[in-house]
Design a protein around this ligand. Structure first.
Ligand code: S3P
Length: 431
């Protein structure tokens, strides 16, 4: 998308049947694990996301042969020890998942890898991965010991026992991937559960991994075995359309083939609990992940309080939940979500600034927001802050407003969901 501004007009109704692209989080993981597996891994319905393209490019720099035809990615695995010294810097672009996961991966190798990223990624904290990787025995240098550029070299890792200081699946995954290269069993204690796609994918590839309540153990040195996967649709992408259908009166939307891993589907579960008309049909499983169709009808939602252990489960959906808050009876209150301040943008601030730009009231806390209910959003100009999820959340706000909403810099939707505006155009009915 080239335009630096896009106008979204109010929606009459949301309807029809649509499929969202493959899950970004799962696509990253399968590509990285495929790269260090023995043999070939074929990944169907690979995410369209620019972030996942950054992961593929970094793997290519580590001399992993990767072929991509549309949404099918074929990775010729190099084996556990098979990555080679990168031909240049590893550019993770906008992708925190790429850099944090890959830092764990390349810690297993004696050569030096240098990670760089865009302006947003270069402001995001890396100390969280630097600390445990040093305990494994890796050598790491980073700007101010916390930011990109970051140089990592390793090899000869010793296993660690690690309690996650923050509920972060990126951090957990970094430690588990480094654990593959340690000379024994690495244990991760996870007081608050976060998405478990890494554990599921590692088990699918044949890693020696054991999960118990709040604890994960992984044995170093075991080979992974390449295989074929079909990635479920991304529930975090579906969330924008689910909220649109709930909030625009007279809507009924079916989203097919959506990933419904319970550590990711908090938005659906929380809203169902609050009388939202959401039905799940045709459940199945793919690569160890739950998949199903989601049928949503417009609903009058009383209101919602989200905090504590729910936060990691809905972390990427909070911007669009905040927009939904204006359409509930009593509003949506979000606490314990200070991690949002260090995402692709400061999402607490971005949501507050944009809601105010559309005439809404919102209370901002250090760790969250309160968006009062029964508010009408008005015509106005909002900023994506270069953050894909802010752009999409405020496109949904545009559907709900009483006049057109202009989004500045909407092109960043490509980070997770390049076809977002096309699918949105298809599901708008009675335009
Ligand atoms: C991700 C985990 C989350 C999420 C990010 C992707 C992942 O980050 O916000 O979009 O793929 O593991 P944290 O685990 O750092 O909260």
């Amino acid at each position: 998308m080239k335009a630096d501004r896009l106008e979204i007009t109010p929606a009459v109704r949301i309807g029809g049947v649509a499929a969202v692209p493959g899950d970004k989080a799962i696509s990253h993981r399968l590509a990285m694990m495929g790269a260090i597996a023995d043999g070939r891994t074929v990944i169907r319905n690979f995410a369209e996301s620019a972030d996942c393209a950054s992961t593929l490019e970094c793997l290519r720099r580590l001399r992993v042969p990767i072929d991509r035809k549309g949404t099918t990615v074929t990775v010729e695995g190099r084996g556990l020890r098979g990555l080679q010294k990168p031909s240049s810097e590893l550019d993770a672009g906008n992708s925190g998942t790429t850099v944090r996961f890959m830092a764990g991966l390349v810690s297993g190798f004696p050569f030096e890898s240098t990670f760089i990223g865009d302006a947003s990624l270069s402001r995001r904290p890396m100390k969280r991965v630097i600390d445990p990787l040093r305990r494994f025995g890796a050598t790491i240098e980073a700007r101010d010991d916390n930011y990109l550029p970051m140089k990592v070299s390793g090899g000869g890792l010793r296993p660690i026992d690690f309690k996650l200081p923050i509920p972060s699946a990126q951090l957990k995954s970094c430690v588990l991937l480094a654990g593959l290269y340690a000379s024994g069993t690495t244990r991760v204690h996870e007081p608050v559960p976060s998405r478990n796609h890494t554990e599921i994918a590692l088990a699918e590839f044949g890693a020696h991994i054991r999960t118990g309540p709040n604890t994960i153990e992984i044995d170093g040195g075991a080979s992974l075995h390449g295989k074929e996967f079909t990635v479920p649709g991304d529930v975090s992408s579906a969330a924008f359309f689910i909220v649109a259908a709930l909030a625009v009166p007279g809507s009924r939307l079916t989203l097919t083939n959506v990933g419904l891993n319970p550590t990711r589907s908090g938005l659906i579960n929380l809203l169902e609990d609050r009388q939202a008309k959401i039905a799940i049909a045709e459940m199945s499983a793919s690569g160890g992940e739950a998949v199903g169709n989601v049928v949503v009808e417009s609903s009058d939602i009383p209101g919602l309080e989200i905090g504590g252990s729910w936060i990691p489960n809905v972390i990427d959906e909070i911007p669009v939940l905040a927009v939904l808050g204006t359409r509930t009876q009593n509003g949506i209150r979000i606490r314990d979500a200070s991690e949002l301040r260090v995402k692709e943008s400061d999402r607490i601030n971005a949501v507050a600034v944009n809601l105010r730009a559309l005439g809404a009231e919102v209370e901002e806390f250090p760790d969250g927001l309160f968006v009062p209910g029964r508010q009408t959003l008005h015509s106005g100009v909002v900023d994506s802050f270069g953050d894909h999820r802010i752009a999409m959340a405020f496109a949904v706000a545009g559907l709900l407003a009483d006049g057109p909403v202009t989004i500045k810099n909407p092109g960043c939707v490509g980070i997770s969901f390049p076809s977002f505006f096309d699918i949105l155009a298809e599901i708008r009915q009675g335009k």
